[in-house]
Design a protein around this ligand. Structure first.
Ligand code: 7RM
Length: 675
């Protein structure tokens, strides 16, 4: 596959040491950062990594001692003799790995109670900001009180250990409280993103037979109110037989219908609840949550995570990859409806006793500088966001971030999709002022925690590469036949060994679990991503393998063509899909969003085609370029290429759109086509 080349010259105004590695630019962590970091040299990282691979049981047993246990485990890593399904014996032992068996632990206790006997007791756990600029801060001891009360409310509504609770709320402190309250009593939570429709709620609630739905009257988003309660009502009316109660937070004060006997106001129930609710000791493998994620078919998969391994994975990655400190203010801008919000808004940071920022609303509301304003006012030291957001900021222009003093920042993170080198450089230069290392973190809902990422004080970074594996993670890039690829040869990314925070299954669908992840390469975990490993061992993630297009017999990653397009000065964002073509097999259609001030005309289309030809080769020249103000995305920022593919080949979209964030985008795209 063609290598992406960064031809533009960037100014050398960075503190970090830059050198070139072939054509690629290498950024070494600054001395100032490394000196203070937990892991401060490549040698130290390599030593720990080797130990974690050589003897994972020993390595993780030692790390797990940093958590609180009601009862110590009997065995660190164990394979329960699986009752192998018809889907095949492919998964074998790997698919059925359990961690810390025989142990008893509670995730909520580790995120809250454990800190109460230390000076963290009165430290801010959550600094929350509403979209309307309302502010609330909850210390660890205040959070403890609220979560204990909420846990008692759950019990009073008939929720027991092992029951499922669906949570459909905006990004308010009560969302965090609801999640932690479930964990406290061992009710398995399933958070449904607040942007999803009634249909999506119904499918998820029914798949896991949730007894209770926790929601709010509404949520503020871009200055308007999303009718959460109405969506829940519609979902339940259309058939959710398992739902007994609906607990409703009053947030937006819009009119709602409360159904007698079923609906309960959060504030009324909380007013009566006792603040005494000890955390329930739970088996290490007790299911902590189910999170639905879209698969290749229409039906979302309920990814199941259990307690001890997941908690350890998020705790350790938070500690070493974000190098979290007591004095940090950590802001992960992800919604809790996404796995990133589970692991790095809540469980990872709180298990480390960190202070987090939680923001309710849209990134550009009321003005494009909202995020930078939040960083400045709360003194955020670590900021973790998605490339899609970064590209939107680039598009809005540097003046918005330049208005703010963001000198509190010391580390930046990226997650969700490959970050193209241009966006990486902008993030580094404009937001990090050349001072902050960037951790490009590769992981999945299924992996629970970060798998491939630089350790910021130790591993030199290259824009576009997620670099090296985290402790205990053994990835490899393989060919279709399972043999290992040569350096720089593109292939399929697989994981060779179980890791503590790995998914334990797809809810109620063990066959799909085996088939999806463990049969393609028997005995190995199949990620579904394409990647290559360069001669230094660095990983370059190329996107989902189903995003590969075959043009006249040449395999092109949509990502490569997109990266080339975004490398042009006029382009803010691009999505490339294939459309069936009689001659070439597939023709390339590029949907392009331009930066402010560029004319969407034919001459620019021609320039962009030539630009791609120059960067990759004429084989990658898009046959068709369509300008659009926005692209269809999931809430976590992943472009829904499936919809664009449909649009490009049939002219309309009939498939499942329940995970689409903004429906108006499809209208715009359709309208654009009729022009
Ligand atoms: C955390 C999350 C998972 C998919 C994954 C990749 C893509 C995520 C990166 C990335 C390149 C990254 N969970 N992905 N992070 N690709 N570089 N740093 O996103 O389940 O929602 O998505 O996202 O394709 O398989 S997820």
């Amino acid at each position: 596959m063609a290598k992406s080349t960064t031809k533009k010259k960037h100014s050398k105004r960075s503190d970090s040491i830059e050198s070139t590695l072939g054509e690629k630019r290498l950024f070494k962590p600054s001395k100032a950062f490394s000196e203070k970091a937990r892991i401060s040299s490549m040698a130290q990282y390599e030593k720990l990594y080797r130990a974690s691979i050589k003897d994972p049981e020993k390595f993780f047993a030692k790390q797990a001692e940093e958590l609180h246990w009601f009862k110590k485990w009997r065995k660190v890593l164990e394979t329960k003799n699986p009752r192998l399904s018809k889907a095949g014996a492919g998964g074998g032992s790997f698919a059925f790995t359990q961690w810390f068996t025989g142990g008893e632990i509670n995730a909520c206790y580790n995120c809250i109670d454990r800190h109460l006997s230390s000076p963290r007791k009165n430290k801010a756990a959550i600094i929350w900001e509403g979209e309307n600029f309302e502010q609330r801060t909850l210390t660890y001891s205040q959070l403890h009180r609220e979560v204990s009360k909420a846990a008692n409310v759950l019990k009073s509504l008939g929720v027991k250990t092992g029951d499922r609770v669906a949570i459909y709320m905006g990004m308010t402190p009560e969302l965090a409280i609801a999640v932690l309250a479930c964990a406290r009593i061992g009710a398995t939570h399933t958070v449904i993103f607040g942007g999803f429709s009634a249909e999506a709620i119904r499918d998820r609630v029914n798949d896991c037979d949730a007894k209770l739905i926790i929601t709010a009257d509404g949520a503020f988003r871009r200055g308007t109110i999303i009718d959460l309660k109405k969506n829940v009502d519609n979902a339940v009316t259309s058939g959710c037989p398992s739902v007994e109660k609906v607990l409703v937070l009053k947030r937006t004060a819009n009119a709602v219908v409360m159904i007698a006997g079923r609906d309960v106001w959060w504030h009324e129930a909380m007013a009566e609840a006792s603040a005494n609710c000890p955390a329930t000791p739970l088996d290490s493998e007790h299911p902590l949550y189910i999170l639905y994620t879209s698969g290749t078919t229409g039906k979302p998969k309920g990814i199941v995570h259990t307690t001890a391994g997941y908690l350890l994975g998020t705790y350790l990655t938070m500690k070493y990859i974000f190098d979290i400190r007591d004095e940090d203010v950590f802001w992960c801008s992800a919604d809790v409806g996404w796995v990133t919000g589970h692991s790095y808004v809540l469980y990872g940071p709180l298990a480390n006793g960190a202070t987090i920022v939680m923001y309710e609303g849209a990134p550009t509301y009321p003005a494009p500088d909202r995020f930078w304003d939040i960083i400045e006012r709360h003194g955020a030291t670590i900021f973790y966001t998605a490339p899609t957001a970064i590209r939107a900021f680039i598009r809005a222009g540097d003046e918005h971030s330049n208005k703010h003093d963001m000198s509190s920042l010391r580390l930046l993170g990226s997650v969700g999709e490959p970050i193209n080198p241009e966006a990486w450089m902008w993030y580094h230069r404009v937001i990090g002022k050349g001072r902050c290392p960037i951790v490009d973190t590769w992981w999945q809902t299924e992996t629970g925690a970060i798998m491939i990422s630089p350790i910021p004080g130790a591993v030199p970074t290259i824009p576009g590469s997620a670099t090296l594996p985290f402790f205990g993670v053994e990835p490899e890039v393989v060919r279709k036949d399972g043999t290992k690829c040569n350096p720089d040869e593109g292939g399929y990314l697989i994981i060779k060994k179980p890791w503590p925070s790995m998914l334990r299954g797809i809810y109620k669908d063990p066959e799909r679990f085996q088939k999806q992840y463990f049969t393609e390469y028997p005995g190995l975990y199949f990620t579904g991503d394409g990647a290559r490993q360069d001669k230094n061992g660095y990983f370059w993630i190329m996107g989902r393998v189903d995003d590969v297009i075959n043009v006249s017999g040449h395999r092109l990653g949509t990502m490569e063509v997109e990266s080339a397009l975004v490398g042009h000065e006029s382009v803010a964002e691009a999505a490339v899909v294939g459309r069936p073509d009689e001659i070439k097999g597939s023709a390339l259609v590029a949907f392009v969003t331009l930066k402010k001030g560029w004319p969407a005309d034919e001459s620019l289309k021609e320039k962009l085609r030539n630009h791609v030809a120059e960067m990759i080769g004429s084989i990658a020249k898009p046959d068709d370029i369509r300008f659009s103000d926005a692209l269809p995305k999931t809430r976590s920022g992943k472009i829904m290429r499936r919809l664009l593919r449909e649009l490009a080949s049939t002219g309309s979209v009939a498939g499942d759109t329940t995970t689409l964030e903004d429906f108006s985008v499809l209208e715009q795209l359709r309208a654009g086509e009729e022009e």
